[in-house]
Design a protein around this ligand. Structure first.
Ligand SMILES: Nc1ncnc2c1ncn2[C@@H]1O[C@H](COP(=O)(O)OP(=O)(O)OP(=O)(O)O)[C@@H](O)[C@H]1O
Ligand SMILES: [Mg+2]
Length: 511
């Protein structure tokens, strides 16, 4: 008849107590639940001189007990009410059985799966810190005789520490999996952001755009301030984004402040932050300089800053510290500043509207985005790019321009530059159903400008000549670069005489 054993007075020997202590120390260093269970099973079997040991954990949701059979690399699972392990998990009591095969609670299936023959069994519950049962700890087949009360005490002592260590290891593993998942998601998001900016980069094969592209590549690993000057719609903000996303600060924030959009009184607190109670009802708010800490601050329309704000910005840049409005301490910030303007800042300095010292501080590197009329060679490329972009975005089929329409686009003055071109493409995709876009579909001013331009002899011939010249210039510069400025070799590479190359260099002012 099976016998339930209560804990009696026999305490484990000093030697065994020391061994338990050592196992507990080892247990606490195991973070991987599988390794921990393996360690526990091996040590428990050794300590009570059993042939083997099994730990079953309770899956509360499924009401199942499960165990990992390391030798077979597989999991055993069964209803948590079955077997001796189940009886312990359900009742929370210790069970000591001398002959398992004769015990009505014995569940044969486990032996059948593992190919093992269980004779004697000692099973104790695994209880966590809150006293909840999280599984069963079993030792099987005592090597000599049957399990006694000392074995029972040893297994109980191990089990009470094991339950906590198992829960900690499981929690640790869950957290690790959760963290890995977040990291993976984060990397994926960054890939998307970077991919988006990679496809959004500055387009253009003209020498003027390529010069900007080369400059951005050169400064990609530097930290210096950059001043971007250019007419409205020429891609100043695009350049600022490209600089930030190509820099080592790319994974930190890019914060944009439009200096023209805010009245002077608000601008200061917007940039530097404000302390609570400066005026009634004012809450503490941190400024854009602090938000951009570690990243990049893009000061757009810097030409519109008041002289007071200019002085404050200059001081912040010199000290690498900000002072909140109404604040009494300086807060360190690590910010790279990019600035853009469509005003002629040198002219503003002459008119005493802009501080010269701030100008030089910002203009360590100077980028000029060219107006579209100066890079006509790029108009077909940009027009087709935006046309196909919006066709895709709005789910319309591919469209193309007739030669006449393209001629008008190339001849127009584009006072609103690339933005105006982009908007025209958007409008065409929305409003014209035809696949081939003709001159008549273009906005009035673009269509009309052709006639005026033609009369003013701003003809296709002229555009072609300009295009050829641009191409020729680019080829010469490429060849010179490839030949380390050796004119003789560059000439040979281009199929020109040295004299011929020299004339062209002079004509295009390349030296
Ligand atoms: N070289 C270029 N290649 C591709 N897209 C461009 C180029 N230049 C400008 N764009 C696009 O034109 C639009 C206007 O550019 P952006 O906003 O950068 O101009 P901006 O100079 O900042 O204008 P504003 O002075 O009016 O603020 C944007 O959609 C931008 O992506
Ligand atoms: Mg802008």
């Amino acid at each position: 008849m099976p016998k339930k054993k209560a804990i009696n007075g026999d305490t484990p020997s000093e030697e065994k107590l020391l061994a338990i202590l050592k196992i507990c120390q080892k247990m606490n260093s195991k973070r991987d639940p599988a390794l921990l269970l393996d360690l526990l099973a091996r040590e428990a079997a050794r300590l009570v001189e059993a042939d083997r040991s099994t730990i079953f954990l309770l899956d509360k949701d499924k009401r199942e007990l499960w165990s990992w059979v390391a030798l077979k690399s597989e999991e055993i699972r069964f209803d948590a009410r079955l077997g001796i392990a189940g009886a312990v998990a359900m009742s929370g009591e210790v069970i000591n059985v001398k002959d398992a095969q004769q015990d009505p609670r014995f569940y044969l299936n486990v032996d059948q799966t593992t190919g093992y023959q269980t004779k004697s069994v000692l099973a104790v519950p695994l209880k966590n810190y809150d006293g909840e049962i999280i599984g069963t700890f079993e030792v099987l087949n005592k090597k000599k005789g049957t399990f006694n009360s000392e074995d029972q005490d040893i297994l109980l002592a191990l089990a009470s520490n094991a339950a906590i260590a198992i829960e900690t290891a499981q929690l640790f593993q869950n957290l690790k999996q959760h963290r890995d998942k977040l990291l993976e998601e984060n990397t994926q998001l960054w890939r998307e952001v970077e991919g988006k900016f990679a496809t959004q980069h500055l387009l253009g094969t003209s020498e003027k755009i390529q010069k900007v592209v080369r400059l951005l590549e050169q400064i990609s690993d530097s930290e210096v301030s950059v001043l971007i000057e250019g007419e409205s719609g020429t891609g100043k903000e695009l350049v600022a984004k490209a600089i930030h996303h190509g820099s080592s600060r790319a994974r930190r924030p890019l914060v944009t402040v439009n200096c023209a959009a805010l009245p002077e009184t608000l601008l200061e607190s917007e940039l530097f932050g404000i302390e609570k109670g400066v005026a009634t009802g004012v809450e503490r708010r941190i400024g854009k300089f602090e938000v951009a800490d570690g990243g990049t601050l893009f000061l757009d329309e810097i030409g519109d800053l008041s002289l007071v704000a200019q002085a404050k910005i200059l001081r912040t840049l010199q000290e690498n510290m900000v002072e909140r409005v109404g604040g009494r301490k300086w807060i360190p910030v690590d910010v790279r500043v990019l600035a853009a303007t469509n005003k002629d800042l040198e002219e503003e300095i002459r008119k005493n509207n802009f501080r010269e010292d701030l100008y030089y501080r910002l203009k360590v590197i100077h980028v000029r985005t060219p107006p579209l009329r100066e890079i006509r060679i790029d108009i077909p490329l940009l027009a087709n790019h935006f046309l196909s972009l919006y066709c895709k975005e709005m789910g319309k089929g591919e469209k193309e321009f007739s030669p006449g329409a393209m001629e008008s686009l190339t001849n127009y003055q584009w006072p609103g530059n690339v933005r105006e071109l982009e908007n025209e493409m958007k409008r065409l995709v929305v409003s014209i159903r035809k696949r081939v876009l003709d001159r008549e579909h273009l906005s009035d001013n673009i269509r009309k400008s052709v006639r005026i331009d033609r009369k003013a002899s701003h003809s296709l011939k002229e555009v072609v000549a300009e295009t050829v010249a641009e191409l020729e210039k680019e080829m010469i510069l490429d060849a010179l670069e490839a030949c380390q400025n050796n004119q003789l070799r560059a000439a040979a590479r281009l199929g020109l005489s040295r004299q011929g190359l020299f004339k062209k260099i002079k004509r295009y002012g390349l030296r």
